[in-house]
Every structure is written in structure tokens, then in C-alpha cells.
Ligand binder design. Sequence first.
Ligand SMILES: [Zn+2]
Length: 491
Amino acid sequence: MKKALFTTFLAVVVIAAVLIYRAGATFEDRQLEPAAGLTTVAIDESLAIERFAGALRIPTVSFDDRSNFDAAAFRDFKSFLEASYPLVDSRAQLTVINDYSLVYHLPGSDPSLKPVLFMGHMDVVPIEEITRSEWSYPPFGGTVADGIIWGRGSVDDKFTVIALMEAMEQLLSENIQPERSIYLAFGHDEEVGGKDGAAKVAEYFEQKGITFDYVMDEGGAVLEGMMEGLDRPVAIIGVSEKGYVNLVLTVKAPGGHSSQPPRQTAVGILSRAIVAVEDSPFPARLDYIYPTFEALGAEMPFSNRLAMANLWLLSPLVKSVMLKNKDDAPGIRTTTAATMVSGSPKSNILPTRATAVINFRILPGDSVESVTNRVIELIDDERVTVTAEYGVNPSPVSPTDSRGFELIAQTIRGMDDSILVAPYMVRGGTDAKYFYSVSPNVYRFMMLRIDPTTIGYLHGIDEHVAAEDYLEAIRFYYHLIHLSISNRKSL
Ligand SMILES: [Zn+2]
């Protein structure tokens, strides 16, 4: 008995020693060297801020109901860009795609080099009318007060579009001659899926046989105080994004008067199907969050390193902790959200038809097809038909050892070497998903500092940005574009 106890004790000590050893030895510092010698950029700050405010005054809103599309606003926005950025307007070739999306091309001197593509979207989400009075400044007023720029689109995503235009105008004013071609592409319907804008822009490049060294879109940001146990800011660069599908569940039944019901109505059958799907969530997988931890590993607190370095033993524990956190859970599984149901139009009429919509955000590794098949299996009831309404597969994963990723990471750290850089998977969708056909290297990042208080403004009330942050983004694009359009392989 004593001997068995001792053996158990010894085993525990050995395992603990292995866990601790691995926590210390697994993660090395993977942060890239900051780009050296980034010069100060002589921006006319007040002019740049005024132009940004002007862009926010044009209500380029995307509505779910396409009949509300305001063509005049998008034409005004194009005219605004032409008038505000005369050097880009005169030196870059502008191609209008599908009436409203804009593609600028500044040719490089060396056609053997693959061009780079910087993207953003001109459209913004609408204002909920009942919240209009809650805005501190009018949502389309473009107000600048106490160093803050207010308005819908000040973050998502005129921030990107206008900062890119400012950076290009500045580079052209300094007579920069690109060796590598650069394209800017601005979509007009990202907020409603990007099918008329970015998808058509990607098709245009495919048809012309243009492929890119790398593609850069909105997506990640610089997180401050948002990663537990990390004091330093973390720039997360999106290297992949989840897919999306709406599955429509339909049950048909004979109907009749509710005074003579069958044992189960269409609504009852449908409800059981929804419960069956909800009761078997998709399995959790750590593959797509691990690279983020790996990049930050050396900087993470010991407890995190202990867990992430020992997934061979602790992955069930890590998964169960993450699944309990509503911010972490979507990063490790395909999510299930029943969102819409309908049945009979009247309380005393038996439904002849009941429908439900379940929305899934699909983790790479799963697909629209695999999710649909799993749901059919879970429901296991021939009375319920399952059809995929709108589906987009998860994106491929872009590499972190490409010239593009390294330039982005090194430029970020060249501007502020306290920032740590890590790849991550975007949980929502961006226009970038359409561009894997023209480059394997597709990244999503904006040089914008976000903390727990600012995150709520996105798509919400009082969207705003600090003028300082906007100016930092212009400088970031200036440096990144400058480095990208030279013919150097890496820094
Ligand atoms: Zn956006």
C-alpha cells in the first residue's frame, strides 16, 4: 500500500516537472525585428483631419434592403476623393467596377515584381433611427471636437480608405517612384456581404491575370488591455476568417383547426429539431487559436504558458475553460445560433408550414457542406428538410512567413516596438475573403488602438476615433506602402 502511494506521488512529481519544464522551454521569442529608421512623416495634420471629417459627412450607407441604396452618395464620395487627393487622381489609373467600387493603380517600374493590393470599404452600416438622438454629435456631421473625430465610418471603414488615400497623396507629393505596382481597391457593399463590390473587384483581377505579392484589408487592430495577463499592446493580424451559413429548417403538415390537433404539430416537430441541433454543439478545436498563443508565448503569464505548452495533457481543460467564455468560444468551434422561427399565422389554426433559421459561423476545417450534413444527421427526422440559404466557406489560412506578413509586422514594430504582433482568425467576415484567388497572402489589419471601452462603438452609437490614432494610421500606411513598393525581399 505504502509503495503504491509512493509510486503515485512520484508520478505526480514527474508530470508536474514535465509540465513546468515545457512551459518554460516551449515558447521562444518569435517577435520580428522592428523596421529600422522609419522617418517622421510630414503630414499636414489639420488638412488631413478636415478631409477625413469631410468623408464622414457623405452618407454612403449599405442597407439590407438593396432598394434603399443611395447611388448619389457613392457618386459624391468618388467626387470627394477626386477633389481631395489631386495627385492620386492625376497619377493613378482609376477603374470603376460595377458602377461604384473603385480601383486605383499606380504602376511600378519593374513589371517582374508582383503588385501589392491595399483594400478598404466605402460603405457604412445604417443608424438605428431610434438611437439617433443618443449620438453625442450627428452621425453624418463629421464633427471634430477636442481631438476626437466623430461619425459613422470613423472606424469602420472610412478610417482605412481615407488613411490610405492620405498616405498615397503624401508619397506622391514626395515624388516616390514605385518599383512594384500598387493597387488600392475600395468596395461599396462590404457591410452587406461584398458580392457586388469586392467580389467583382476580385473577378476583375482574375480576368486580367493579375496576382499579388500580398493583399491587405481591414480586420485586426492593436489591442490594449484586452488580453489577460499581457500588459503590452498586441497587434493582431487576421490570417483567416470563419465561414458562414444560414440553414433553413422546414416542416410541412396538413393543417386544420387547433381544436382537433395531431399529437405533434409542425411547430412541435420543428422545435425538437432545433433542440437536437443545440444540444450537440460542434466539437472544439484549438488549431486556429494556437498560432496566436505561439506568437505571444514568451510574453504570456506563466499559467497560460503552462496550459498552452502542455496541450498533450491539458487540452480538454483548456477547451472547457475557453468554451465557458463567450469571447473565447467562437475562436475554437463552429458556432450554432437559432435566430428566426415562424409557424401558423393565427392561434387557432394548425400550421401547414413551420420554418426556422439557424446561423452557423464556420471554423476552418468545417465547410458549408459538412455543417449541413451534420445538422441533417443530428435532426434525424425525414419530416424536417434542411436547406443552406446563404453560405460562404471559411477562408484558407495565410502564411506568417511571407514577405507581406513580415513587412506588416515589422512596420508596426518599427513605429512602436512595445507592440507584440500575432496572427489570428477573424470571427466575422471581411471583403478579404474574395481575394485568395489572386494571392495566398491575404492579411487583415488596421493600425488602430482598441481597448475594452472603444470596442462597443463599432456599428453602434457614437462611433469615433482619436485624431492622434488616425494620424498614426496614415503614417503606418505611408511606411508600409513605401517599404512594400520597393523591390527589397524583406527588411
Ligand atoms: Zn468593415
